[in-house]
Design a protein around this ligand. Structure first.
Ligand SMILES: [Zn+2]
Length: 296
């Protein structure tokens, strides 16, 4: 004790002595050199992953005029009090470096290069199960034709010009167990179909909840995707829930985070009950698990 006390006083006096200097130098730095910082998460995304980009250290008098990625304009919204944008990297996007540019209200432009890393291609040998028509050329053609029709409809959905959500995204099921991950490709006849969503274990009739606040754009039965709900969260961000046994909502309806929107099932091309979830950013389906990582 006798040794500790003098040390404590010693450091105490040093702190008192230096504090004014520390504050003084911090103030000088902030007025001269602290510029807005671009925070990219994840820093090196793989093909098929989402990116969240936000601007930090932005002084209150300056706002963001625009944000672009590889020259394409992004929807800018406030998330955790920071101007933020979401970017979807397509599964087939050419690996390489792409510029992110933020233009500020004072005319300044800040740039950061984002490197897209190649994803290891995983191929599943599985074609069409016998219960869904088997591996015949006719079954393959019918699947591919229907899929392309359904994907065209899903790609043409109108999106809100603001973010409908402010809270973190949540999983649509209380227990998360992946039965089929995102990103592998499946040979179907002479076609290749990539699994652009995540399949979660869900017994027939399990409650499916909206992953965030948004507006229902699609609530209907498709041949391949089965009973499908699409929730638009604004600025091209959409969550899709497929193969449902029951749909509880209608197009145009506003749903809240965690609201039960339907029940899981195995309608459409599904061998057994599960929940297929797709997350799209500007029409690009990204890995839903990586998307959820952004909100940890
Ligand atoms: Zn699936």
């Amino acid at each position: 004790m006798k040794i500790i006390r003098p040390l404590k006083y010693f450091f105490g006096s040093i702190t008192l002595f230096f504090i004014p200097f520390i504050f003084l130098s911090a103030a000088t730095i902030s007025s001269q050199t602290v510029l807005p910082q671009i925070k990219v998460s994840p820093e090196k995304p793989l093909q098929g992953e989402p990116i969240m980009v936000s601007l930090e250290n932005l002084t209150s008098s300056i706002s963001v005029k625009s944000m672009t990625f590889a020259g394409k304009p992004l929807g800018v919204f406030m998330y955790q009090a920071k101007p933020t944008a979401l970017i979807g990297i397509d599964l087939k996007k050419t690996p390489g470096t792409y510029p992110f540019v933020a233009e500020l209200s004072d005319g300044k432009k800040i740039t950061k290069n984002i490197e897209v890393i190649s994803r290891k291609k995983i191929e599943a040998p599985l074609g069409i199960p016998a219960s869904l028509g088997g591996n015949t050329p006719a079954a393959a053609t019918s699947l591919v034709t229907n899929l392309s029709k359904e994907n065209t409809e899903l790609a043409s959905i109108w999106t809100g010009t603001k973010a409908f959500w402010t809270e973190k995204f949540r999983f649509p099921l209380p227990t998360i167990f992946i039965t089929d991950p995102y990103g592998y490709s499946r040979e179907t006849g002479s076609y290749e179909i990539a699994h652009k969503g995540t399949d979660f274990r869900a017994a027939e009739g399990t409650q499916v909840r909206a992953m965030n606040r948004g507006v229902v754009r699609i609530a209907k039965k498709f041949t391949v995707y089965g009973n499908t709900i699409v929730v638009d969260h604004g600025f091209g961000l959409m969550t899709m829930y497929m193969h449902l046994s029951k749909i509880n909502v209608n197009p145009g309806e506003l749903v809240l985070l965690g609201q039960v929107i339907g029940l899981s099932g195995h309608t459409g091309y599904a061998e057994s009950a599960h929940l297929h979830v797709s997350v799209r950013i500007d029409g690009i389906s990204i890995d839903p698990m990586k998307f959820m990582d952004l909100f940890k």
